[in-house]
Design a protein around this ligand. Structure first.
Ligand code: AMP
Length: 215
């Protein structure tokens, strides 16, 4: 299956993408994770991406598209993929359409996670992430067993630099201006599943699995 997961920052894209990709045995491709890993490894791409990410802005399309292009050409994408955080602009979506058409592939579904701005700010301020394996925690509803230590790999669990409240507000502005219009773009193709912000991860997972027919 070829899927996109969309939603405002903090909507739970990473969490649900992980669950869905494991269930379907398809690669979870997160452009945010690719940028963060480049920042961690001190690559040239990481240096450029950090400048934008720290301000809550989008990394320019030509850079982001190049990365996704290379990733989609890898063998593991032949059986499907789940894109998380891409596309985020209309030009990125148009590129994706073109690239998939060239590969004689098409998107199956777009999963749109709905969440209010107030909830985003509340949720992101309590979000923590493992600096080693990327596992996501929340100090309120899914804390680590030992404070600051990852349950899965014992790495350090920290707050992302771009999860500071002022940066989150900027990311929300960018989301409403540049990314939200993509819901319409894909709705006209009739492939969007709207997921309401019901309580708990499990309820949403069940709903998504049901819609995808993989329950
Ligand atoms: P995420 O982890 O998906 O919330 O992404 C974190 C940050 O990485 C975003 O706020 C952007 O600065 C950058 N980023 C991730 N995906 C994209 C994309 N498709 N286009 C441009 N910038 C992106």
């Amino acid at each position: 299956m070829r899927l996109i997961i969309m939603g405002a920052p903090g909507a739970g894209k990473g969490t649900h993408a992980d669950i869905i990709s494991k269930k379907l045995l398809i690669p979870h491709i997160s452009t945010g994770d690719i940028f963060r890993s480049n920042i961690k490894n001190g690559t040239q791409l990481g240096v450029i991406a950090k400048e934008y990410m720290d301000k809550g802005l989008l990394v320019p399309d030509e850079i982001t598209i190049g990365i996704v292009k290379n990733r989609l050409m890898e063998d593991d994408c032949k059986q499907g993929f789940l894109l998380d955080g891409f596309p985020r602009t209309i030009p990125q979506a148009e590129y994706l359409d073109k690239a998939l058409a060239e590969l004689d592939m098409k998107l199956d579904h777009v999963i749109n996670l709905n969440v209010s701005d107030d909830e985003v700010v509340k949720r992101i301020s309590s979000r923590r992430v493992c600096a080693t394996c990327g596992m996501i925690f929340n100090t309120v509803n899914s804390p680590t067993k030992v404070e600051g230590i990852c349950d899965a790999c014992q790495g350090s669990v920290v707050q992302r630099a771009d999860d500071a409240e002022s940066t989150v507000r900027e990311r929300l502005n960018v989301y409403h201006m540049q990314t939200a219009p993509l819901v319409n773009y894909y709705s006209t193709k009739g492939i969007v599943f709207e997921i309401p912000d019901i309580d708990g991860i499990e309820g949403k997972t069940e709903l998504i699995f049901g819609l995808l027919g993989i329950a």
